[in-house]
Design a protein around this ligand. Structure first.
Ligand code: CAA
Length: 379
């Protein structure tokens, strides 16, 4: 067991940290206020190899193992949670191609993402089916060599900007997970259109929209995996992606701790810096302890994935623990800042708003508990 980062990981960490400090930290409050995705920043992250990191080297990608990807994501998230959500959603959406696609499909669709900057969106959730994936209603009907898709997806990160959509649909609305199919669909396919953009509480720099499918005709060659394999591709994708959300939560929580440490050294009360009070020291100690535990759980889930081992339980544990920690740590940071923390003049209220979403997306933390409970019962 080795907890040291090797030279390659230290370089990746330094690159991501510099990128966050230079490109994100100075602008994060403005992006948050405007609620707009800063596309040039995403493209720059891609140029530096900090986005789309899961595309294998043999396809021309950076081919980062998950253990490395999470190191980069933690650093980026210190800069801006919303932009980092948009960045990791590219990897989320390319996973169905990676995990469910044939060699030819991987070459075609992932190859495109290496040649030029492409934004991807993972289309699983629907207005009436978030936690209950098997209850999704987007319908796909076979018609000759094509499928015809009808329905609406909801809460789609990057929905308004995506060049490629990975999409989950059902052949038969009553068949639950057994009828599900996965597809890759490029922007511009007739009938596919982004819909309403959500006006969110946090992660406001990420773009979240409805996506409509109105008689969208998709060649069978764009189906990923066999008919009926869509559900398992979605679950395997989420197992692989959840450690990245955990890493994002660690980055947001770490930023809140760093801001708090600086503040308690400066702010004085009763004639001394407030950091001299044991009540605050204990809060800071708990923040640091839970951040460290979150990082270790994240690394363990990532390590299992890189070893090609089952990780549903550890991925869910990492996501659950790290995002609950981010919520607690950012809430405590606002408390430490007092009235100042509740204003937009200081960065911690944004961190608290950003933390909230992470307990909800990529499977609510109640769903993570369902996954963990089922896995431990099996064990
Ligand atoms: N890997 C592979 N196969 C799996 C699996 C996994 N992790 N989990 C389940 N399966 C298999 C089961 O073995 C079962 O297979 P058989 O039919 O062969 O027995 C089949 O899939 C059905 O499994 P379940 O009975 O467990 O399915 P369920 O309907 O009870 O649902 C669930 C399970 C875990 C609750 C699932 O619906 C789920 O994960 N829900 C949460 C969805 C989610 O995370 N959405 C996030 C959307 S993306 C997002 O938010 C991103 C963003 O915008 C940033």
């Amino acid at each position: 067991m080795d907890f040291e980062l090797d030279d390659a990981l230290l370089t990746l960490q330094a690159t991501a940290r510099r990128f966050a400090d230079e490109e994100m930290v100075p602008h994060a409050a403005e992006w948050d206020q405007q609620g707009e995705l800063p596309l040039p920043v995403l493209e720059k992250a891609w140029e530096l190899g900090l986005s789309h990191t899961g595309i294998p080297e043999e396809l021309g990608g950076v081919g980062l193992p998950v253990t490395a990807a999470v190191v980069g994501v933690e650093e980026l998230a210190r800069g801006c949670g919303g932009v980092t959500t948009s960045i990791i959603s590219n990897d989320l959406a390319l996973n169905p191609i990676l995990l469910g696609g044939s060699d030819d499909q991987r070459k075609e669709w992932l190859g495109q993402c290496v040649e030029e900057f492409k934004i991807l969106a993972f289309c699983l959730s629907e207005p009436g089916a978030g936690s209950d994936v098997a209850g999704l209603q987007l319908h796909c009907e076979r018609d000759g060599d094509d499928y015809v898709l009808n329905g609406t997806k909801a809460w789609i990160t990057n929905g308004g900007y995506a060049d490629l959509y990975s999409v989950f649909a059902t052949l038969d609305r009553g068949s639950r997970h057994k009828g599900m199919c996965a597809f890759v669909i490029p922007k511009g396919t007739p009938g596919l259109s982004p819909g309403r953009k959500e006006d969110k509480m946090g992660h406001r720099a990420s773009n979240t929209t409805l996506v409509h499918f109105d008689n969208v005709r998709v060649p069978a060659s764009q189906r990923l995996g066999a008919e009926g394999e869509g559900f398992k591709i979605a679950m395997a994708t989420l197992d692989r992606a959840r450690p990245q959300v955990a890493a994002l939560a660690v980055g947001v929580a770490r930023r809140a701790l760093e801001e708090s440490l600086a503040y308690v050294a400066e702010r004085k009360a009763f004639g001394q810096p407030i950091g001299e009070f044991q009540g605050l020291q204990f809060m800071l100690a708990d923040m640091a302890k839970n951040i460290e535990a979150s990082r270790l759980l994240t690394a363990q889930a990532a390590w299992l994935l890189d070893a090609g081992r089952k990780s549903a339980k550890q991925s869910a544990m990492a996501k659950l623990f790290a995002t609950d920690t981010a919520m607690d740590v950012t809430t405590d940071a606002v408390q430490i800042f007092g009235g100042n923390g509740y204003t937009k003049e200081y960065p911690v209220e944004k961190l608290m708003r950003d933390a909230k979403l992470m307990q909800i997306y990529e499977g609510t933390n109640q769903i993570q508990r369902v996954v963990i409970a089922r896995e431990v019962a099996k064990e």
